[in-house]
Write a protein that binds this ligand. Structure first.
Ligand code: FE2
Length: 398
């Protein structure tokens, strides 16, 4: 799970691509000054979801997003509390869990928040040291280091809290050869043949927090995990006629883990971040960006399966050549699939966003392809947010 998530930083070519049309500016880039090495990170280990019906959700992700249902843990495997399905696609692991009684943690979480992400689990070489170093610097402890063992070896796991009810587990799997975690067994269904959609790994996970809390969590990641603030967007960068938000991107030293954090800003109408906070009943994961190496074929495939994306107005594509300059892709194909493009000093990226993936207007997905760019598509924020607002208005929440 230790793939590079972003290309290595490169020198900016002053005579190169002009990013002046993008909302991303050099001023909004904050230099890495606080990255420390007390918390070496190998990558995203997995995302743990608490959902209303894990068995059915597993088939949703298999059908729509091309995940393989790789593992299962539940009463049949000796775990009486909850049923969990392990979904895999290349280096992405999702775990969907539903408690089997009203007093289980996952059922209580799901009742409060709806389906959502409980744990952005991080793979480390030493989960004991990760816990000791982060809690010593002020991280809120959630789970003391514990050893999980079976015939395939041992896992060490610990966890700290982050925004809302969300946590970060530290997973040490250097002495483990099994499927995922002890207790999980391969999921057998001869009629299910995985059909991957080209989703490779988790590029970034975005959190929404309450007004005034962004800085708190920026400091939390900087102080307890040694993360750096790689980008900063003000409400001037990210605003539409109706609403605004502010965002800061925190990352570890080599940018393998990137956590943008949004808070609502005052606008004429209700911010989409506030809509999220109302329905999630607190801070939580807003979207997960999944990286592909060929966004055109991935999005064509996902659309063919029935995945619903936010649509981009035609006018956006008319202005695209002027805004991003030369790109490898045919703009008519991008228009047809509603894939957006943005350029930054290191290159460009292509991206598209799904509609919310559960009944509440909370979590959604981004599909992203990076061609050098290390940023997040600031030049698309306005088009994206206007698309979200059209959906928000349909729900009567704007
Ligand atoms: Fe994103």
């Amino acid at each position: 799970m230790a793939d590079p998530v972003a290309p290595a930083p490169t020198e900016h070519d002053p005579s190169g691509n002009d990013a002046s049309e993008s909302a991303f500016t050099e001023e909004s880039r904050v230099d890495a000054t606080s990255a420390e090495d007390f918390l070496p990170i190998n990558g995203t280990d997995h995302l743990q979801f608490y959902v209303g019906n894990a068995r059915q959700a597993a088939f949703y992700y298999a059908h729509y997003f091309g995940f393989a249902i790789a593992g299962y843990r539940g009463p049949e495997t000796g775990h009486r509390e909850a049923a969990s399905y392990l979904l895999e696609q290349n280096d992405i692991r999702f775990v969907l869990t539903t408690g089997l009684g009203p007093d289980t943690e996952s059922v209580r979480h799901q009742q409060e928040h709806g389906d959502g992400v409980k744990d952005i689990a991080i793979e480390v070489d030493d989960a004991r040291s990760a816990f000791a170093e982060t809690t010593r610097r002020g991280a809120t402890p959630v789970r003391e280091p514990e050893v999980l063992e079976d015939d395939d070896g041992r896992i060490v796991r610990s966890a700290i809290a982050t925004y809302g009810d969300t946590i970060h587990s530290f997973i040490e799997r250097t002495d483990y050869d099994g499927l995922f975690l002890p207790g999980f067994e391969p999921y057998e269904n001869e009629h299910l043949a995985p059909q991957p959609a080209g989703l490779e790994w988790v590029d970034h996970c975005v959190g929404n927090v309450h007004l005034g809390d962004m800085e708190t969590y920026v400091n939390y990641y900087a102080e307890t995990m040694g993360f750096k603030n790689m980008l900063h967007f003000t409400d001037q960068d990210i605003s539409t006629e109706y609403s605004a938000l502010m965002s800061k991107v925190m990352s570890n030293g080599d940018e393998i883990i990137k956590f943008p954090i949004n808070e609502p800003a005052k606008g004429e109408k209700k911010s989409q971040i506030e809509e999220y906070l109302d329905f999630y009943r607190g801070a939580g994961v807003q979207h997960i960006a999944l990286l592909t190496n060929d966004i055109i074929s991935t999005v064509r495939d996902l659309r063919g399966r029935g995945v619903e994306f936010l649509e981009t107005p035609d006018a956006y594509f008319d202005m695209l050549p002027e805004r991003v300059g030369e790109i490898d892709e045919d703009i008519e194909v991008l228009r047809d699939l509603s894939i957006q493009v943005d350029r930054d000093p290191d290159g460009y990226l292509l991206q598209i966003f799904t509609k919310p993936q559960q009944d509440r207007p909370t979590l959604f997905y981004e599909v992203i392809q990076r061609k050098g760019a290390r940023t997040f598509g600031a030049g698309n924020f306005k088009a994206l947010f206007e698309a979200i607002e059209r959906e928000q208005a349909k729900r009567g929440n704007l």
